[in-house]
Design a protein around this ligand. Structure first.
Ligand SMILES: Cc1ncc(COP(=O)(O)O)c(C=O)c1O
Length: 435
């Protein structure tokens, strides 16, 4: 499986963004997150042009939770994206990157007062309120600052996306959003409208992540447009923005078959336009918030192969091999967290037959399996293992478990590489420990 700009060169090495990964590993060390910048740019442009073609007045907001660095926020600004942030930390990263605050959407089901104060102080364009207490706090903060804060409401459409339970958010039983069906969403609309310091700009929903099935998006659109109609009928308020969230899946293994960005955007635009027509509401400005589908396939993690160990197989005759790499759970917790599956290659032996079966493991003090069973080229100590599709929710979820320094992040494009995040040092690990 080759993704984005990946190619194989005449040495049989994997190339990303025109760079030989063996050279990247030698220059920057491993583990290393390699981000294919051309692929990220292509995905942003695919979203923006599909929204322009199929809808018109619409914006794509990059969900920075997937991968948030100063360099990434700068790139998103250059690409004309809006930005979804979900914490003071992500907002601060955007601020350091000088991301225009009017294009920032601040999410979170439990924002602190500090985070709300920061959003108001930074003139964030949209705060997506997700609880009654938050609406009251935000109104108070904005009033004291003498400002009118733009607000969207996170609404729960009651759509079950049938994805992994930990990334499912749009079903009735969820910590996210004001439920429409039991009347909380309307109550929240009225709460926002009761404050002069808040300006209700729109409604938002996000049904879930890593979705291959179009049905949840198709189901959510008419529920949202119908609710907009009810809001205007009951309160007189015209809703100007409709944010349908993110969720498009990416290819982790060959058999994954996500919709293309164009197909996904068309589906949502068609659904919203049909809902607008059926209800007679004013056509809202449409927002989408892709995260994983912007950066997921752009990321590859390079590791150095260490121990290759033969073990007896109890259930069936024969032997199996553990291949351990110099990272694992700390740079990619998703296999342990979500049973996520990945594709790997011995990146310096791409032209050799992948006829050996391995369990790929990390180096942590537990069974931190990265890939339970995969066919690879024969691996030796010192080889480079590339794990594909690690651009989303890997660096973002990384930890220092076992006091492993976090890997560096490198952007590659058009044959050049540049460091985006430096590798942590051993000194960094004890920086905040009181000595
Ligand atoms: C509110 C919101 N918007 C957008 C996203 C991005 O989703 P994805 O990475 O699946 O596109 C998420 C993910 O959790 C989210 O919670």
């Amino acid at each position: 499986m080759l993704l984005g700009t990946q190619k194989i060169n005449d040495k049989g090495h994997l190339m990303i963004g025109g760079c030989d990964v063996a050279d990247l590993a030698a220059e920057y060390g491993t583990p290393l997150y390699v981000m294919d910048e051309e692929e990220i740019i292509a995905k942003c442009r695919a979203y923006r042009s599909a929204l322009a073609n199929y809808y018109g007045r619409a914006h794509a907001a990059y969900a920075s939770k997937a991968f948030c660095t100063v360099g990434m926020c700068k790139l998103m600004n250059e690409e004309g994206m809006y930005l979804d942030v979900a914490s003071a930390g992500e907002l601060y990263t955007a601020k350091v990157a000088e991301f225009p605050s009017e294009r920032i959407i601040f999410h979170g089901n439990n924002k602190s007062r500090f985070e709300l104060e920061m959003a108001v102080a930074e003139n964030v364009g949209f705060v997506v309120c997700d609880s009654f207490g938050e609406i009251e706090d935000l109104a108070d903060i904005a009033a004291k600052a003498g400002k009118v804060q733009g607000v969207m409401l996170r609404v729960n459409p009651g759509v079950d996306p049938h994805t992994h339970s930990l990334i499912r958010t749009g079903q009735e039983d969820s910590k996210f959003g004001f439920n429409i069906h039991i009347g909380l969403a309307m109550k929240a609309v009225k709460a926002v409208l009761s404050h002069d310091s808040l300006n209700l700009l729109g409604l938002h929903c996000h049904v879930g992540s890593q979705l291959f099935e179009p049905t949840p998006f198709v189901q959510a659109a008419p529920i949202m447009t119908e609710f907009i109609k009810t809001v205007t009928a009951e309160t007189g308020k015209v809703i100007e923005h409709l944010d349908m969230g993110g969720g498009l899946g990416v290819r982790y293994v060959e058999s994954d078959n996500p919709l293309s960005v164009g197909e996904f955007v068309k589906l949502i635009c068609d659904g919203v336009k049909a809902g607008v027509e059926a209800t007679g509401i004013k056509m809202p400005t449409l927002l989408l918030e892709p995260g994983r589908s912007i950066v997921g396939e752009a990321g590859t993690t390079l590791y150095t192969v260490g121990a290759v160990k033969e073990v007896p197989v109890v259930e069936e005759p024969g032997r199996k091999y553990y291949l351990s790499v110099d990272g694992g759970l700390s740079d990619n917790p998703r296999p342990s967290l979500y049973d996520a599956v990945y594709t790997a290659e011995i990146a310096n032996k791409m032209n050799e037959a992948a006829d050996c079966v391995y369990t790929v493991s990390g180096k942590h003090c537990e069974t931190d399996t990265l890939i339970p069973k995969t066919n690879l080229q024969k691996a030796e100590r010192g080889d480079i293992l590339a794990v594909l599709t690690t651009g989303a929710y890997n660096f973002a979820m990384a930890s220092n478990y076992n006091r492993l320094p976090r890997p560096a992040v490198v952007f590659v494009s058009w044959g050049k590489s540049r460091i985006d995040v430096k590798r942590q040092t051993l000194e960094d690990l004890v920086l905040w420990d009181v000595k």
